[in-house]
Design a protein around this ligand. Structure first.
Ligand SMILES: [Zn+2]
Length: 206
């Protein structure tokens, strides 16, 4: 069988971008207003109630103060680069821990190895052999660990943009492969040249 991705068109790709349930409110609420806050929160509210995504805070022992510092650098970067950090923002908020959902057959749709579906998010972004290739091709000079990605306020804008690109590519690739599987296609292994083409193609849309 010919490789599925060799025949998918650009219009097909843009038509199946998966949106989280919160998408309707996203543009309204998540644009930065100033150096400290996003549109949905006044400065006064921000200073008394910092957004602290529960799961990440628990898993990585992140304090409200760390989140506060991180939201500040993200807000600054989003003002410099409108609409180019949205995927990373969603990852930080925890959206991508739940959506899109895990594969139903217990096999990673990217690397085609058996995985624990309760752990698929960690596998997809940190441990998958395909994700590691993407990480390397983007020349991200950080350990591929959540602690370097989530609420890391020491990152500069270039690093934030690279992590956004990485998150975007992984999310899009997984969504495409998941859809192909649901439609009954046999998922052929992703080869290095194919991954390189996808990295180039999906990067160009950011
Ligand atoms: Zn995998």
């Amino acid at each position: 069988m010919a490789h599925y991705f060799q025949f998918i068109t650009s219009s097909q790709i843009t038509s199946i971008i998966i949106q989280p349930p919160e998408e309707d409110a996203w543009q309204q609420f998540m644009l930065p207003v100033d150096n400290y806050t996003f549109k949905s929160r006044s400065r006064a509210h921000w200073e008394t109630q910092i957004v602290t995504p529960n799961t990440w805070s628990r898993v990585l022992s992140l304090t409200p103060n760390k989140w506060k510092q991180y939201w500040k650098i993200l807000s600054n970067a989003k003002q410099q680069h409108p609409y180019r950090l949205e995927e990373l923002h969603r990852v930080q908020l925890g959206h991508r821990r739940h959506y899109p959902p895990p594969p139903t057959d217990g096999v990673c749709h990217l690397c085609l190895t058996s995985i624990d579906s309760t752990d698929y998010h960690d596998h997809l972004y940190l441990h998958c052999s395909i994700s590691k290739v993407v990480w390397q091709k983007l020349h991200i000079s950080l350990p591929q660990e959540w602690i370097t990605i989530i609420a890391n306020y020491n990152l500069n804008t270039t690093q934030l943009l690279l992590l956004n690109r990485y998150s975007h590519i992984i999310h899009q690739l997984y969504s495409l492969r998941r859809l192909a599987y649901k439609e009954g296609n046999v998922l052929d292994p992703l080869t290095l040249p194919l991954i390189k083409n996808w990295v180039s193609y999906l990067s160009s849309s950011l």
